[in-house]
Design a protein around this ligand. Sequence first.
Ligand SMILES: *Cc1c(COP(=O)(O)O)cnc(C)c1O
Length: 463
Amino acid sequence: MSRSAHPAGPRHADVLPEGHYTAPPADLNVLDPKVWSRTVTRDAQGALTVGGIEVARLAEEFGTPAYFMDEADFRARCRAWREAFGTEADVFYAGKAFLSRAVVKWLYEEGLNLDVCSGGELATALSAGMPAERIAFHGNNKSEAEIERAVEAGVGRIVLDSFQEIVRVAHIAQRLGKVQPVLIRVTVGVEAHTHEFIATAHEDQKFGIALAGGQAAEAVRRALKLDGLELLGIHSHIGSQIFDMAGFEVSARRVVQLLAAIRDEHGVELPEIDLGGGLGIAYTSEDDPREPHEIAKALSEIVTRECESARLRSPRISVEPGRAIVGPTAFTLYRVGTVKHLEGLRTYVSVDGGMSDNIRTALYDAEYSVALVSRSSTAEPMLSRVVGKHCESGDIVVKDAFLPADLAPGDLIAVPATGAYCRSMASNYNHALRPPVVAVNDGEARVIIRRETEEDLLALDVG
Ligand SMILES: *Cc1c(COP(=O)(O)O)cnc(C)c1O
């Protein structure tokens, strides 16, 4: 990504620090629809509204920090994925991005399936009424208890991740008198992140069974022999925040080649392939994500072409978007506590949350946008670093972004595209109380995960 270290126009223009930012937008009040959910807009007074409700009212009613989720946007994204893939493919929402019972209900109503990767996620899915056959269970080290519960519940598929697990799931299924549908997760030697992918030597990771060296073929051999298992197909997941379809192309080709090898060796054509998730979203105006219909078209063309050349019947395709569905649907609302100008360095804007509600910046060097949302401003742009209130200098929410120079304590600022991997990775560091998630829709706001309280913290601390 090309970034200018010396954009024109900002405050302290002569002393701008090195950083990852482009020139400030012409008008800081304009909300880029790429990074904000679809019902977000500014009202006549310049304040941000979502689902028809003004943020100041939301802050008053629910406090800050808080995540506000645009239900209409969530449902529209589910429908876009569902319609793009049609009846020939299955869309599994990756619950680890963000899971709550309300979300499970929306997914169910919009016709999506659900991936879970722990007993806790499975319990949430089942308690919200997701039919077990629409659930897939992932993970590289599922416990016996988790497997037992999943098999007993009748989950639609368990994704096997190791040789030990093949045997473990088969034994448990047999003991329970069941035949468990399974996929085998393979490591195809592709790793993709954002604009790059690497197509060799990425077997060095904890997930999956390597295609290289015949490991995956051996796993298939073993799974086909075990009575407790019904092997449906092969699974591959290559990375996260991917914009370039080339990684999927290599992955699909290698998976289809494995299906052909299985047909040649065992005389069976496995009916399914799952190409995983990892599709990118716009965190800043620099990102250009693909639409679900483009992704669906690209994947189905790749699979059709590879199957034709291997003379295989096209298998049923599954995909597993997490971030691409929930990421853009929510923003985090913070209240500004202090604004500290370090002359010749940068301006630090401290908010009432931080790495406990968004660890991604500290963990992955993630980039985010930010906007003043309780009012509009015509003040000049001020290069800012938005930081949290934790006892850690790496407690950064937004590394480099422009806010208006008249920003003051008490203002509300919002960070968009925090629907994925923020609440689900939230912690109690410094005994922070994890923020609520509030669903906003058509003039109504409703808590779907309530704010933690000091009583919640103390209830776990048994003294
Ligand atoms: C994390 C994960 C996903 C979802 O990834 P996103 O980047 O949120 O789309 C899908 N499948 C598997 C197996 C995963 O581990």
